[in-house]
Ligand binder design. Structure first.
Ligand SMILES: [Zn+2]
Length: 597
């Protein structure tokens, strides 16, 4: 990048003029930007740049979708011309847009359009009322339109111990088939109409990977566990192209409101690629969209399919105007740590409770790839120019993934940008390897706090020694490694500022029953500066665009956000409530407004 800038400085007189104006801030001028009046000039702000020194300035000018100046308000005045929009920030914080290195925007967007129970602790009455209200709002879909209800926190239904059945749905005023998905992804509840359409009767046998629950008389209760849910799922019509476009636009609006200007879909379907490519062509794409297609364990040569998707959908060279990028490939090394699933692959067994003691049991988790097979596939993917993105949660899975990446480096591949998604449990011996092998850890900051999913369903099963290595953001960072944010929306809610707060405090929200436990493994906390760098520059690096986004420097694209508070200065707890007043991508406003009150 530096070289490109230098060459431009020499070649164009206009850039030279800009260079003079920018010297006080010691910044190079914008590549390709004309000197003279800018399109927008932000003044009198707290401009947090995430440059190499995390420097803070007052003002920033944007021209042709790029940043042409960062420095003082006085210095920026040289960029103000007749047509320039001048925005007085009034001291507000302006920073680079967020980069989310791992999420699932199509299921997230669909969830926003579905009936959303929001992971809430509902009474049976509230459960019914929420669904009935949604039915009334979408009455035009009677009598046959499927009703999808999402984010049902079944363990939290009140009073405690309540078990819902199809009867709780059959009383609703509708003829439509209803499917309610639990937030943990293991259970669905359906009504009688859905059972009927799926052909599930007392006589239906359990599939090999799931359970159809029956009552005392042998009738299906409407509760379907794991693979049994697919019997119903298979009957739901796939979204049409128009519906996929609506889902994609809904997701983009939600992301823009959070300040996300770049994201990566961590299991990209062709439906998603088609929808986002259409939006890009229509000029309606409001974030830089990266897609990692899933490589199945059975797939020994994924390169032809990955290459076809890249040929068909990749938008080519990055430009200020956001586009679609197909440069990543996703692999699953293991499952999750949480009891009772315990499918994350460990170096030593999960503990079990026996005679009042926690002792090693038999479970070691699942290991989806044979190391030799993984190494071979990762080599093929990388040689074809794709960056591997491996889901690895247990310490053994993380080690095997790092081994595969070590193989790439040993073979002389210096350019590949490998990532490990989640990295929830890392053996101390493997911590330094993130830096040594230049592997980005795309981590779910939401998990770094006391909650049922951590201190209850993970901690006792790992024991004290391994618990110190759970969500090891601090350790990876101290060893020189790079951490990015992978929110995993909608596995977790889309709440980037809550996630940033959590990785800084490692505490539960103040209104949570877990708040009194204080900080979870406080030695793994990130500083604010490290957390902000993770969600901006490091995400840009993971996705090979740090020369263009991730920090506010002259020559880079104007992907930036303005906040209602200064997240470097407010009490850390208040970071969670941050509101994004303005989101700009490639110099274009995609959320909020430049008129602040
Ligand atoms: Zn994911």
């Amino acid at each position: 990048m530096e070289n490109i800038l230098r060459r431009r400085t020499v070649l164009t007189a206009g850039a030279l003029t800009a260079a003079v104006a920018a010297t006080e801030a010691a910044f190079a001028p914008a590549a390709g930007a004309a000197a003279g009046p800018a399109d927008v000039v932000f003044t009198d702000g707290y401009v947090y740049t995430v440059d190499a020194a995390d420097s803070v300035h007052q003002a920033l000018a944007v021209s042709g979708g790029r940043i042409v100046y960062v420095g003082t308000t006085e210095g920026a005045s040289r960029y103000v011309g007749k047509g320039t929009k001048v925005v007085n920030l009034g001291g507000r914080m302006l920073m680079p847009g967020l980069h989310d290195g791992h999420l699932h925007e199509m299921s997230g967007g669909k969830g926003l359009l579905d009936c959303d129970l929001k992971y809430a602790a509902l009474t049976v009455e509230e459960f019914r009322t929420t669904i009935q209200e949604y039915l009334d709002k979408t009455a035009e879909k009677e009598p046959d339109g499927w009703v999808s209800v999402v984010n049902w926190y079944q363990q939290a239904i009140r009073p405690a111990g309540t078990k819902l059945t199809k009867a709780d749905l059959d009383v609703l005023d509708t003829k439509r088939p209803i499917i309610v998905q639990s937030s943990d992804g293991h259970t669905v509840l359906v009504n009688s109409r859905a059972l009927e359409l799926a052909g599930i009767t007392s006589a239906t046998k359990n599939p090999p990977d799931g359970v159809i629950e029956h009552d005392a008389e042998g009738r299906p209760t409407g509760i379907l566990q794991d693979g049994a849910g697919n019997l119903v799922d298979a009957k739901i019509p796939r979204p049409t192209r128009a519906e996929n476009l609506k889902i994609a636009r809904t997701a983009l609006a939600a992301l823009a409101a959070q300040g996300v200007t770049t994201f990566m879909d961590a299991i990209a379907t062709e439906d998603a690629l088609r929808a986002f490519t259409t939006l890009a062509e229509q000029g309606r794409l409001t974030a830089r969209a990266h897609f990692a297609h899933l490589v199945e364990v059975t797939d020994t040569d994924p390169v032809p399919e990955l290459s076809r998707l890249r040929r068909t959908y990749d938008g080519g060279r990055i430009k200020p105007r956001p586009g679609v990028a197909v440069r990543n490939a996703k692999l699953f090394m293991d499952g999750v740590l949480q009891h009772p699933a315990q499918t994350a692959s460990l170096l030593e067994p999960y503990l079990v409770h026996k005679h009042k003691h926690w002792v090693p049991g038999k479970k070691m988790g699942e290991q989806y790839w044979e190391p030799a097979k993984l190494n071979a596939v990762v080599r093929k993917i990388a040689a074809a120019g794709f960056d591997p993105h491996i889901h690895a949660i247990g310490d053994r899975a993380v080690r095997i993934a790092l081994d595969a990446y070590a193989g790439l480096r040993r073979a002389g591949n210096r350019t590949v940008r490998p990532a490990i998604a989640h990295a929830e449990l890392v053996d101390p011996a493997d911590i330094p390897r993130f830096a040594k092998l230049n592997v980005t850890a795309a981590m779910g900051f939401h998990w770094a706090k006391p909650a049922p999913d951590s201190v209850e369903s993970v901690k006792p099963y790992l024991g004290t020694r391994r618990w110190a290595n759970y969500e090891p953001e601090g350790d990876i960072l101290r060893a020189g490694g790079r951490i990015s944010l992978g929110s995993d929306w909608p596995v977790d809610p889309l709440d980037e500022w809550g996630a940033i707060r959590t990785v800084i405090t490692r505490t539960a929200a103040p209104d949570s029953p877990y708040a009194e436990q204080g900080a979870m493994t406080p030695h793994q906390r990130l500083s604010r500066a490290a957390a902000i760098r993770a969600v901006t520059f490091n995400g840009a690096y993971q996705l090979r665009q740090e020369a263009y986004t991730g920090s506010l420097e002259a020559g880079k694209f104007a992907d930036l956000i303005v906040l209602d508070r200064n997240v470097m200065k407010v009490p850390a707890e208040q970071i969670a409530q941050t509101e994004v007043l303005l989101t700009m991508v490639g110099g274009k406003v995609v959320h909020g407004t430049t008129e602040f009150d």
